[in-house]
Design a protein around this ligand. Sequence first.
Ligand SMILES: Cc1cc2nc3c(=O)[nH]c(=O)nc-3n(C[C@H](O)[C@H](O)[C@H](O)COP(=O)(O)OP(=O)(O)OC[C@H]3O[C@@H](n4cnc5c(N)ncnc54)[C@H](O)[C@@H]3O)c2cc1C
Length: 676
Amino acid sequence: MRSTSQKNECRPSSLSFLLHRTLALAPHTPDTEPSSTLIMIPQEVDIIVVGGGPAGCATAGRLARADPNLQVLLLEAGANNEEDPSVYRPGVYVRNMQIHESNTKATFYVDTKESSHLRGRKARVPCANILGGGSSINFQMYTRASMSDWDDFKTEGWKGLDLLPLMKRLENYQDPVSNDLHGVGGPISISKGGQITPLAQDYLRAAHEIGIPFTDDLQDLTTANGAEIWRKYISNVTGRRSDAAHGYIHPLRKFQKNLHLLCNAKAARVIFEGKKAVGVAYVNPINRGHDAPKEHIIKARKLVVLSSGTLGTPQILERSGVGKASLLKELGIPVVSDLPGVGEEYQDHYTTLQIFRASNETITTDDFLRGDKATQERLYREWETKPSRALLSSNAIDAGWKLRPTEEELKELGPEFNELWDRYFKDKPDKPVMFSSIVSGAYSDHSLLPPGKYFTMFNYLEYPASRGSIHITSKNPHSMPHFDSGFMSSKADFAPIRWGYKKAREVARRMDAFRGDLTSHAPHFHPASEAAARDIDLVAARQLLPDGLSVGVHMGTYSRPSEPHATRPKVKEDIKYTAEDDKAIDEWIADHVETTWHSLGTCAMKPREEGGVLDGKLNVFGTSNLKVADLSLCPDNLGTNTYSSALLCGEKCADIICEELGLTVKVPHVPEMARI
Ligand SMILES: Cc1cc2nc3c(=O)[nH]c(=O)nc-3n(C[C@H](O)[C@H](O)[C@H](O)COP(=O)(O)OP(=O)(O)OC[C@H]3O[C@@H](n4cnc5c(N)ncnc54)[C@H](O)[C@@H]3O)c2cc1C
């Protein structure tokens, strides 16, 4: 399905070239270049950016645009995403999370050991493996970190107010807005998407009933208590996903010949002369089982920038001799810089999903997701004919909230969380504790669900106290690392998730569309508990299967139907949970909590003596000509879906390098006509 114009490297320049057979870089997806094609790769450039995620695309694109004589190479392990419909069609994003050999867009990191904090489970953290990085496969939700998050980096030049102009510079915000905090004309489009399903209004009304106020801009960098219609990384003109490569890379390459792109090339290590980074060695991304896969080297005259993501960058550093000396020596890697902080302090946000039954007339994406052919054909046709207004020009994640507990609620959240609250949240009113989003449909494997309509509440903890780590186990770039997600390793993280669960459930119960719990996915409360989950009500079940002979048959189903909607009294009181119920919720959290795909923090920008890896100009301590620009640089968490922050790190890195080279970032990034 991918366009034949896709190539590993497509553009000749005035530089000398090495000719390689594509065989040496055999594409790992069946739909890229045929293996007989000859491709040309620059032997030497000025700057190599390793990893084409949001931060890497922003860095490489901005630098190449700043000076058309600067030769910039963007090296990416995954396939090119240009004009790939499975990327640019917003509504098919769920597919990117399928664990299937045909899905090469993601690398799945799995805990090396079973976790006692997850009751013996191993967490699984997918990471992008495609040009555009996470922005090619993510859920397209637009949110932004709070001002104090950046201030908490405690690094000169990185305060929230320092970064605000860059936050605006990257945006093409397409909605009317009543403040001056968003940008227009930037490479990344943000809008409400093609459609907002009525469930969003239902949700916002119910949220208001439990005291969560509506706001028209929850992304104003300070509001931490409120609900809104979520914006999306989707253009309201084209109806397409706004990923970083289509924002910063592809349109610029149509105008300038100094931005080189090499996909399907996995960086093995940085090449040093002494402490100075002078190039990058890369290998074929397909693991052919060799102990020492064949390396190709590209030289960098000025700089190497690692942007391979929170889980990729520390591995490249360690393979290059930058990391904890004892580990490197054990693996036979010569030490360039002894930095024990590399790969440490891994962080994420923690999601639990609550799924509820919805009335049969609710507009959801369930039939599309479960593969109903007629629905799929109708929605694909709608997307083709009116992409700016189609249901598929959306992620169906239309509304959400940010929330902080009240004084009263804090009393229920236990000593561990209260200690964290006093230390971390109390004096920073712009930091939300929990996020929640409503998805119009079941975000789940539909083969495991009964027929019908659903809505899902995504609840996620924004500033977990838990920490994990990632470290290589071999110099071979294909060896799996030792990964410890650290999920829920701090007890302080259970209480806010439990609190968030209760809040989301109260909102769901008050929604007009609510028709019961999806009991198979709910906590295992005692059947006699007031909190016990209740199945779809029988009226809704009969509407769903009007010819069904077994609807309402009790024996063998263990069904506990909800009260029918028409006779159910309006919900006024919250469910009261006992200590036993809370235990059931905590066990459910341990059994179900997942990544929010917001990995950060493994190469922290903080003082070396505190375990830091980078200085404020993103230089790797103990080396020269080597920088890191991706979310691994974060010394602390960011209360947001992290695409915006990754772009911001790339924009900041571009500014830093431009200043060092005596250049200036140019806006607009490309002439208006070239923007996609
Ligand atoms: C499934 C999913 C859903 C998400 N949903 C949202 C959302 O709705 N909203 C939001 O704001 N954020 C979301 N995010 C998070 C957001 O996409 C990431 O925070 C962001 O992409 C991180 O950017 P990055 O540049 O730091 O790294 P990445 O996006 O991880 O990019 C790193 C790049 O480096 C490449 N790479 C890795 N190793 C090597 C190597 N050895 N050699 C060469 N290249 C290499 C990778 O292929 C990748 O392209 C989601 C992420 C995922 C994965």
